[in-house]
Design a protein around this ligand. Sequence first.
Ligand SMILES: C[S@@+](CC[C@H](N)C(=O)[O-])C[C@H]1O[C@@H](n2cnc3c(N)ncnc32)[C@H](O)[C@@H]1O
Length: 469
Amino acid sequence: MPPSFPARARNITQDINTMKNSNGRRSRKKRRRKREDAYSVTLSHEAPFVNLRRWLKKKGFSSRSLVPASFSDIGRGLMATKPIKANDLLISLPERCLLTTDTVLKSYMGEYIKRWQPPVSPLVALCSFLIAERHFGDASEWSPYIKVLPKSYTCPVYFSDDIMELLPYGLQKKAADQREQFQELYSSSQPFFSSLQPLFTQPIEDLFTQDAFRWAWSSVNTRTVYMEHVQSDYLSREKDVLALAPYLDLLNHCPKIQVEAGFNKLTRCYEIRSIQSCRKFQQAFICYGPHDNQRLLLEYGFVAPGNQHSVVYVDLGILKVCLNEGDKQLQQKLLFLKDNDFLKNLTFGIDGPSWRLMTVLKLLSLKPEQYSSWKSVLLGAAVSQDTEEWCIHKAQMLCQHLSDDNINVLKRLAQLKDGADQAQLEQLGVVEGLRREERAILERSKEVLQSLLPQSLPWQQDGIRNTER
Ligand SMILES: C[S@@+](CC[C@H](N)C(=O)[O-])C[C@H]1O[C@@H](n2cnc3c(N)ncnc32)[C@H](O)[C@@H]1O
């Protein structure tokens, strides 16, 4: 959770509603209805949270203004019990409460890490410690914290191949790479895990299983805050910026929130200051970064409805679908675009096709006698009315292709829900959320593209004409 900019005390459903339509009785009614729909139940009296707060109090932390609660739309998070003003400290967690590599090196595991060559990474050190502490149960010093950690996650490292296939192509590739890196890290850490055997009575291979490592790896990936440490000689050269922050890590993400976050060297606390205010009984949010929904799913296993950073990506395979393979210059044009790095980040957003996508389409539309104008095209010049229309038409085709794919995926997803267990249902729910958000973006893009076409164009009456180049 690279902590950057936090919290406003509204639930996301409400925010999106407010953003879309802030005027009028209908929208007010709608907002009221949403507010009634999304409700919260405080968790602060449940044993795990009572124990967590008691344990943190001994370490010098208490929070009266934020209590754990379960929100019907998002799940667990922190609720404000009194109004929090803009620029107030939202939370201030003393250094003693943070779980860092320093904690691990000073623990019973420290001497094993210090002895190990080549040194393990900060990530492996933290994961190993989490696995060991979870195994020690009530005997563990960190047990009150470990007990409130989720038992499993909805990140792609948990997905079966069936579910992976439902992801958009680019994300599927990133998720597959991530899974490979995870597996490689697990395999390469085996000798180190074996060296920890003297700490346990049970065989190490029964404790440091792939499942246990997946849980620890996901806990670190989805919950750590960014905190720079002095690089230890006992750890690998990978930058050591990870800190698990109990209680603070119950804060959920909202893309529109702004916060200031970081370790304050004077107070020796990890502090989050909210730029926005937060009303009593509302969820306090932070912002994990200006991430689109694909990145949120990959790194954190969720998507944010109405995320203003979200886009639908057009990869080369999809771009080719709408291009005329008969164009003799096509390969040469694509090579030119690739060499100049123009084939990445072609997107549709809530405002329609990106400038980059339309520029690439314009470059692809050029006839040999127009090649000399490619620089002015890059600067935004129009080639001709005919070309502009051709590009809009191609963008419409891309949008339609992506929409069709989206509909097919949602159908397959519905089939997979039959017979899925609870964990799979949660994973499918996240993928469904992503696909539905993408569908909304594509529908909006279609409207934008349609509005760009002159009213008098023939295909508005007769359907889309084929304007191949
Ligand atoms: C730092 S934790 C936040 C607390 C977490 N909800 C919990 O129950 O422990 C990050 C995780 O919370 C969930 N999360 C955060 N923001 C969310 C949001 N806006 N919608 C849905 N889930 C969210 C995701 O599972 C994410 O990996």
